[in-house]
Write a new protein. Structure first.
Length: 134
């Protein structure tokens, strides 16, 4: 396995085995096997990994820390955010620019609840979620 990225922020090491990417913790335990095209650990405000944004066959999705699918691998844009109350995965297929995403949806990780948003950018989306109590 080849180390691709490591620092204290991601709480582990992103590794590659042949052409696939995975994630191991700082003690060397495999947390996510090398089966994805890319991986991004989602670290919340408490410095805990709560999910991973991963890509597979050109599409993005998200999995939880037990490798259960949170967001199916059907999306072009997937990113992580956090409010005072919730950790959230945002996702959309339609991209108008690097900042605007019509049809933006959110997965509230702790509740495993999908929310369709009126917001089209990440800052407005986080404000909208907070106004809805998430």
């Amino acid at each position: 396995m080849e180390v691709l990225y490591s620092d204290d922020l991601v709480l582990g090491v992103i590794v590659r085995n042949i052409n696939q990417i995975g994630f191991i913790d700082n003690q060397g335990k495999i947390l996510i096997p090398c089966v994805y095209d890319s991986i991004y650990p989602c670290v919340n405000r408490k410095r805990e990994i709560v999910a991973y944004i991963v890509s597979l066959n050109g599409k993005k999705g998200a999995i939880d820390t037990h490798q259960n699918i949170l967001v199916k691998f059907d999306y072009d844009i997937v990113f992580f955010g956090s409010t005072d109350k919730s950790d959230v995965i945002f996702y959309a297929n339609e991209i108008k620019s690097s900042w605007l995403h019509p049809s933006l949806k959110a997965m509230i990780i702790g509740l495993r609840k999908e929310v369709t948003l009126e917001a089209t950018d990440s800052l407005s989306a986080e404000k909208e979620l907070m106004n809805k109590g998430y």
